[in-house]
Design a protein around this ligand. Structure first.
Ligand SMILES: [Zn+2]
Length: 183
C-alpha cells in the first residue's frame, strides 16, 4: 500500500523517533524478612536469617531457604566486614547515574553470611581493588539512617590479609590467603 501524503506535507521531514518520558510510582510491601532487615539498618545493624536445616545465613533474607523451602527463622547479626568475591569497574555513565566515573561495584560476602551483597566500593582507586580483599561498611551518621541499604554509603578496604575466593566466587577460608591476591 502506498501512502499518499497531502501536498502540504510533501517537504516535511519524516518523524522516525519520539521520546516519551514515563514515570511510575508504586508502593513496595517489604514483607516479614525484608522488614526485619530494614529495621535492623535503622539500628545500625546488618541482620541476616539462618535456615534451620542447612544453617546457611541469608542477608538480606527473602524469608525462606531456597534449598529447603522452610522459613529462615533464626536472626543472625553480622559484624559488617566481608570479602570482595567479584567486582566490576564502571567506566560508562548511564541515565540517572550520579556517580563520578570510574567507580567500582562489588559483590561482597559478609563474614558469617552465605550469600553475596552488591554495593559500592570506595576509598580505593579501581586498580587497587581485587578479589579476596576485605572490605567494611561505611555508614551514614546515625541521625541520617533510613530503612534502605543506602544507609550504608559504601564499603571500603580493610587492612587485613586477603581471603581465598574459589572460582565459584565463594570465600574458601576466612583466614589469611593461601593463594592469589596481592598482599
Ligand atoms: Zn536450607
Amino acid at each position: 500500500m502506498t501512502l499518499v501524503l497531502p501536498e502540504s506535507l510533501r517537504d516535511v521531514e519524516a518523524v522516525t523517533r519520539v521520546a516519551t518520558p514515563a514515570r511510575l510510582e508504586y508502593d513496595f510491601t517489604a514483607g516479614r524478612a525484608t522488614t526485619t532487615f530494614l529495621r535492623g539498618i535503622l539500628e545500625h545493624k546488618i541482620l541476616g536469617e539462618a535456615c534451620p536445616i542447612c544453617h546457611k545465613v541469608y542477608v538480606p533474607s527473602r524469608g525462606a531457604c531456597p534449598s529447603h523451602g522452610v522459613p529462615t527463622s533464626e536472626i543472625v547479626e553480622l559484624a559488617g566486614p566481608g570479602v570482595l568475591v567479584s567486582y566490576c569497574v564502571v567506566n560508562v555513565a548511564f541515565h540517572g547515574s550520579v556517580m563520578e566515573l570510574p567507580y567500582v561495584g562489588g559483590l561482597i560476602q559478609l563474614e558469617g553470611a552465605d550469600m553475596f551483597l552488591m554495593h559500592l566500593i570506595q576509598e580505593a582507586s579501581p586498580d587497587e581493588v581485587r578479589i579476596g580483599q576485605w572490605v567494611e561498611p561505611v555508614w551514614r551518621d546515625d541521625a541520617d539512617l533510613e530503612a534502605t541499604l543506602e544507609s550504608i554509603r559504601y564499603f571500603r578496604p580493610l587492612d587485613r590479609p586477603d581471603a581465598t575466593v574459589d572460582e565459584a566466587g565463594h570465600v574458601v577460608s576466612w583466614g589469611p590467603a593461601t593463594r592469589g591476591g596481592a598482599a
